[in-house]
Design a protein around this ligand. Sequence first.
Ligand SMILES: NC(=O)c1ccc[n+]([C@@H]2O[C@H](COP(=O)([O-])OP(=O)(O)OC[C@H]3O[C@@H](n4cnc5c(N)ncnc54)[C@H](OP(=O)(O)O)[C@@H]3O)[C@@H](O)[C@H]2O)c1
Length: 380
Amino acid sequence: MKLLLLGFGNFGTQFFDVLLLSSRYWFPSFHVMVAGRRLEYIQQRTQLAICAAHQLGLSPEVSYAMLDLWNEEQIATLLWSFQPDVIFTTATMLPSSAITRLPSPLAEKLKTAGAGPWLPWSLVLQYKLMRAVQQTGLHPLVLIGASPDNAPAVLAKGGLTPTTGVGNAGNLVPALRRAAAAQLHLSAEQVEIYFVGHNHVVHRLRTLGTPGDAPYHLSVRVDAQDVTPRLNQAALFQQIPSMVREYTQILSASSAVAVLENLWKKQGHLFHAPGANGLPGAYPFRATANGVEVVLPPGLSLQEAIRLNVEGQKRDGIERIEQDGTIWFSADRMQPLTEVLGYQCRRLPLTELEGRAQELYQRFCQVAEKDGKSAEGAKE
Ligand SMILES: NC(=O)c1ccc[n+]([C@@H]2O[C@H](COP(=O)([O-])OP(=O)(O)OC[C@H]3O[C@@H](n4cnc5c(N)ncnc54)[C@H](OP(=O)(O)O)[C@@H]3O)[C@@H](O)[C@H]2O)c1
């Protein structure tokens, strides 16, 4: 397997670590190329994981390349020369968590916006990547780490569907499984979870331990029998933050490795992922010969599952996505960005994505440099 890893910040490096250190079990033979703008840093940081892998008796094949994801020609050239089977990207101009580096009143205000309005920062780099993939005529599997509940749904409308997202709901399922198993006095391995929901509800469950009025579907099955009515869901959800609230990105990293393994080995195991096949939000999936298919529990239609996720997407700040990929952001979620950064964007056609992403970045940097940490500091 030849894997191209793009985005080597917090998430990308932890994915790389988990991949290398668990490769004995998943991928006995693979070549990872890490590509990005800071080649010296990439070389240094990859050496750390390679040395850790050596401790475990592993000798992973790793290479590096200079790549700026703003440059579609450069991406296409790299794709041609490396011919990856799989691309995993966590690249973003800034993660939305960068707002926590602003002074507290500004950060608190911006937190009320949710994740949706920051979508251009990751989407623009994914858009360029997918256009370059299309240009080469190659057909690698493409896994999306940044904004996986929202971005693939936009890319799909633009005819640039990635294979799947990773993380988010996928990060929640191990905790749901363990909490359900504890209530049922079973082992986690005996319990099967079917969860449908957007990152909006996932975030609530992870941090607050309650979905509030956010839409979701949870079915718990044991030996193919629905045992959901036997569970106290409120008590189950309350346990979630104690397990995953303070997570580092190791959960997302292991979710990405698990999705990669499922896709590569075409295992029939159930896994949870956001954004697969360009759908909004997250669903249970199974890998097929050609990609992935949604696997829903009896009684839940795909139409209803999509409706739940579209509702979640609205609460995340994305009112709707038009057939050509034009995004409509909710006025109330955009308001905090207007107040703090002077940024206003209700309608975003893909043709304006680059300019609006740059504008949002520049406005954020101006405020960060004036009142908080610089953009570089905000990345730490
Ligand atoms: N799915 C999940 O469960 C999950 C979990 C955690 C995080 N996330 C999301 O994943 C994304 C990444 O988070 P993070 O904490 O890893 O962010 P980060 O530390 O800021 O990493 C972003 C990476 O993108 C790279 N990048 C930016 N512009 C680039 C360009 N033009 N060309 C090439 N590379 C470029 C950066 O490289 P430079 O060093 O060159 O700037 C950096 O390596 C965020 O959107 C975050 O919200 C998702």
